[in-house]
Design a protein around this ligand. Structure first.
Ligand SMILES: [Ca+2]
Ligand SMILES: [Ca+2]
Length: 135
């Protein structure tokens, strides 16, 4: 993965680690704040929201951000709270065609926002709310 300029890449999942060090939910940013030539390669591991592994070298530079968020973080702000519940409620019993997309369960969606989707929010409720980190 390469992120630079002002790019924002959001990854929903859990058990994230950078270079083998466990990290919480939050923003991965450039170490030196410069261009890609100045940044070391780093490795991101973890589990994606749909259960698949992530194990990738990444480079990040400038003001770009890789945001690590829990499943159910519908507004991609790094946590699961009332903002996400509000989005889900507005799409309740609908196909979840609005953005942000609330049809998150089963894994790739099933065409309806219902209790399966609500269950994901409940499972990760308040994850990321306390002390989001910049790594
Ligand atoms: Ca959120
Ligand atoms: Ca669904």
């Amino acid at each position: 993965m390469i992120a630079w300029n002002t790019a924002v890449l959001t990854i929903h999942g859990w058990n994230f680690a950078v270079d083998g060090q466990p990290v919480g939910y939050g923003a991965l940013t450039s170490i030196y704040g410069g261009n890609l030539d100045e940044e070391p390669d780093r490795r991101l591991t973890g589990t994606l929201a749909c259960g698949g592994p992530i194990n990738n070298v990444f480079w990040i530079a400038d003001d770009s951000v890789i945001l690590l968020t829990p499943p159910g973080d519908l507004d991609s702000d790094g946590d699961v709270n009332f903002g996400d519940l509000s989005i889900l409620a507005r799409q309740w019993r609908q196909p979840g065609v609005d953005y942000p997309f609330a049809d998150i369960a089963p894994c790739v969606g099933d065409g309806i926002v219902d209790f399966l989707d609500l269950a994901v929010l409940c499972q990760y409720w308040l994850e990321g709310v306390v002390s989001p980190t910049t790594i």
